[in-house]
Design a protein around this ligand. Structure first.
Ligand code: F6R
Length: 591
C-alpha cells in the first residue's frame, strides 16, 4: 500500500531516489513522485508507472541535498497527477509523502479550510502538510510542528516531511504503517521496506508507533511523539544479501521466487530453541487461533489439519479481517499464532492488538525480521525465505508450511523426524523445478487453458487448502476466475457451473483423500468437465496429468509448486504484468 523512500547523503540524488522507488514499486504502482530541495522545494509527480514518470521529469538528473519520494496505491482520490504524492502546504515550502489512511481527514480538512488553507487534491494525505504548516507557523519549530500535527491524526500512517527552511533534515513519522531507517556512513535512508536501500546498508532501525525520527546525513535521532522525549533505538542487521533483492537473470521476480524454493524451504531449520518456546505456549493454551490473510491464511488452514491429525490440537484458522467478529472467544488462556510474510499486514496487526487486549499470548511467524508483528509478539519464529518482491506470495507460503509443520511435530516429540521430512520435501520440490519436461507440460497446459473463463480446483482434507491457494495464485496473476473447493462440496451447488470443457484441477496426493477426490473428479467429468489431475499416477478420469511426487505428509508443499507454475505461465500467455498484478499491492497496510 504505497511505498515511501527518502535519502540524504553524498550520492547523486536522482539515481538513488529512482532506484529506491523502483525497489518499492511492488507496494503500489499507479502514480509516483518526488520532492527535493535544490534552490527551493521542488515537486515532480504524475499518474502512471515510475519509469514513464521518471522519463517525463528526468528523475535521474535530480540533484540536491535530500529528497522524499512515493509510489502510490490509491485509496482516497482517483489516480491523477493532482492526487499523486508528494503533497505540499499552501505556501509550497513543506512537502509530505504518506503511506496509510488518515481516518479523520474530512474533519481536519474542514477545520483547516476554515483557517484559510487551500486544498488541491482529493486525498486524505493532504491534510498532513497543511496541519504541519499551521503548527509551524505558530511555533517556528519543525519538530514541535510535527508532534502537534501527529497528535491530531487518526488512522494509520507512515509519512516523511521536508521543509524548505530546514534543507538538511527529513522528518519521518510512523503509526501502524511500516517505516525503517537505513544507517549509512555520511548518508541515511528511510523507506517503507528494507530492499529499497539494501544495496547500501544492512544496518537498520525500525520505528515504533508514534515515533518521529529526524534524519540528516550524519545523524538519526528518534523521539516519542507523545512524551516528546528522545528514544534509544536498537540497531538490527538485516540478514539478507543484495542478490536476494535482485531478479538474478530471471525475467520476473515471481519465477525467481518460485525457483528459490529449491533451497528456501530448509531455511526454516535452525531455530529449535524458539520452536520449543513456541510449543510450550501452545501446550499452556486452552484455545489456539491461527490468524492471517491471503496466502498466509492458506498456510494456517493447511496447518490446522496437521494440528488436528498429528497433535490432536484444535487450532482454528481465522481470516484476520474476520477476527474481530470472533474475538470474544479469545481470553487470557488463548494463544494467537499470527502468520504474515511481511509482518505488516494491517488486518493481522489489528487482530493481534485486539487479542493482546483480551489477555491472549501471541506467537508471530514472519519473514521480515524486525517487522511490527515480530516486535509485538510474545514469541516469534522466522521463515528466513529472503525478501519476497513479487506481489504474489510463493516461497513464503512453502516456508510458512514448513515452520508450522516443525512446530506441530515438536508438540508430539517428532521435531527431528519432521526436520528430515522437510529436507526431503525440499529435494522433491527441487526435482520438480529442475524437470524441464514438467515445466514444458505445465506451459503447454497453460496455453490450452489461457482462454478459459473459469478454472475450478478441488482437493479434500489438507488439499482443500492447496486448492484455495492454487486458485488465488491463478486469479491474482492471470485474472482468470478460479475457485478452490473441498471436493465433497461441489455437489452442494457448484456442480451447476460445470459445462462441456470447464477445466477442473483435481489435487490428488497419495493420502486417505485420494479415492474420494477421484470420485468427485468423476462427477465433474460426467457433466462435461475437463480434468487435470495433480497426481503421481495416471487415472482414467484425468484428461491431463501433471505428475507430482507421491509425498504424503508434506503434500501441501509439494502440490502447490505446479499450481504456482501454472499461474505464472497463464499470466505469460495472457500478457499480464506478472510481478505487479493490477489493483494489488504486496503489503496491505490498510484495514
Ligand atoms: C497472495 C498474497 C497475499 C498475501 C496477504 C498477506 O499471493 O501475496 O494474499 O498473502 O496479503 O500478506 P502477509 O503474509 O504479508 O501478511
Amino acid at each position: 500500500m504505497c511505498g515511501i523512500f527518502g535519502y540524504t547523503g553524498f550520492r547523486r540524488l536522482g539515481p538513488i531516489i529512482l532506484e529506491g522507488l523502483k525497489r518499492l514499486e511492488y507496494r503500489g504502482y499507479d502514480s509516483a513522485g518526488v520532492a527535493f530541495i535544490s534552490s527551493g522545494l521542488q515537486v515532480m509527480k504524475d499518474a502512471g508507472k515510475i519509469d514513464e514518470i521518471s522519463r517525463k521529469f528526468n528523475f535521474s538528473g535530480i540533484d540536491g541535498k535530500l529528497a522524499i519520494s512515493h509510489t502510490r496505491w490509491a485509496t482516497h482520490g482517483a489516480v491523477t497527477q493532482t492526487n499523486a504524492h508528494p503533497h505540499i502546504s499552501c505556501n509550497g515550502r513543506i512537502a509530505v509523502v504518506h503511506n496509510g489512511i488518515i481516518e479523520n481527514y474530512i474533519d481536519l480538512k474542514r477545520e483547516l479550510i476554515s483557517l484559510g488553507h487551500k486544498f488541491r487534491s482529493e486525498t486524505d494525505t493532504e491534510v498532513i502538510p497543511h496541519l504541519i504548516e499551521e503548527f509551524y507557523r505558530k511555533t517556528g519549530d519543525p519538530l514541535k510542528a510535527i508532534f502537534m500535527a501527529v497528535s491530531k491524526l487518526d488512522g494509520s500512517f507512515a509519512f516523511l516531511a521536508i521543509f524548505e527552511d530546514h534543507p538538511d533534515r527529513i522528518f519521518a513519522v510512523r503509526y501502524k504503517s511500516p517505516l525503517v531507517i537505513g544507517l549509512g556512513d555520511g548518508e541515511n535512508f528511510v523507506a517503507s521496506d528494507v530492499p529499497a536501500f539494501l544495496k547500501y546498508t544492512k544496518k537498520v532501525i525500525f520505528l515504533d508507533d508514534m515515533e518521529v525520527a529526524v534524519i540528516s546525513r550524519d545523524s538519526v535521532e528518534v523521539f516519542n511523539s507523545l512524551t516528546r522525549e528522545k528514544v534509544d533505538k536498537e540497531i538490527y542487521i538485516v540478514p539478507w544479501s543484495v542478490e536476494d533483492a535482485e531478479r538474478g537473470g530471471y525475467p520476473h521476480f515471481m519465477m525467481k521466487e518460485i525457483m528459490e524454493q529449491r533451497f528456501t524451504i530448509t531455511r526454516v531449520l535452525g531455530q529449535d530453541d524458539r520452536i520449543r518456546e513456541a510449543s510450550q505456549l501452545i501446550k499452556d493454551a486452552q484455545k489456539v487461533f491461527l490468524v492471517a490473510a491471503g496466502t498466509s491464511y492458506h498456510a494456517c488452514l493447511a496447518s490446522s489439519y496437521w494440528f488436528a491429525e498429528i497433535a490432536g490440537v484444535n487450532a482454528r484458522a481465522v481470516l484476520a479481517s474476520e477476527f474481530p467478529s470472533i474475538s470474544k472467544l479469545v481470553d487470557d488462556k488463548s494463544l494467537v499464532i499470527a502468520v504474515s510474510q511481511s509482518g505488516e499486514t494491517a488486518d493481522v496487526l489489528e487482530s493481534v492488538r485486539m487479542a493482546k487486549k483480551r489477555g491472549s499470548k501471541i506467537l508471530g511467524i514472519v519473514n521480515v525480521v524486525g517487522s511490527s508483528l515480530m516486535r509485538i509478539s510474545d514469541a516469534f519464529l522466522t521463515i528466513n525465505a529472503g525478501p519476497e518482491i513479487c506481489v504474489l506470495a510463493t516461497k513464503s507460503y512453502t516456508s510458512q508450511l514448513a515452520i508450522l509443520y516443525l512446530l506441530v511435530n515438536d508438540l508430539v516429540g517428532r521435531l527431528e523426524n519432521a526436520k528430515e521430512e522437510i529436507k526431503r520435501a525440499e529435494t522433491l520440490v527441487a526435482h520438480m523445478l529442475e524437470s524441464e519436461a514438467l515445466l514444458k507440460d505445465i506451459r503447454r497446459i497453460a496455453k490450452d487453458l489461457s482462454a478459459s473463463e473459469h478454472i475450478f480446483l478441488i482437493g479434500r482434507g489438507i488439499s482443500y487448502a492447496t486448492s484455495l491457494e492454487g486458485a488465488l495464485k491463478i486469479k491474482e496473476v492471470s485474472y482468470i476466475h478460479a475457485e478452490g473447493f473441498a471436493g465433497g462440496e461441489l455437489k452442494h451447488g457448484t456442480l451447476a457451473l460445470i459445462e462441456e470443457g470447464t477445466p477442473c484441477i483435481a489435487i490428488v496426493p497419495e493420502d486417505e483423500t485420494k479415492d474420494q477426490t477421484l470420485g468427485n473428479a468423476m462427477e465433474i467429468k460426467a457433466r462435461g468437465g475437463y480434468i487435470i489431475g495433480l497426481s503421481n499416477e495416471e487415472h482414467v478420469v484425468f484428461d491431463e496429468l501433471i505428475r507430482t511426487p507421491s509425498e504424503t505428509s508434506l503434500s501441501p508443499i509439494v502440490m502447490i509448486i505446479p499450481l504456482q507454475l501454472l499461474a505464472y505461465y497463464l499470466a505469460l500467455e495472457r500478457g499480464c504484468n506478472v510481478d505487479q498484478p493490477r489493483n494489488l499491492a504486496k503489503s496491505v497496510t490498510v484495514l
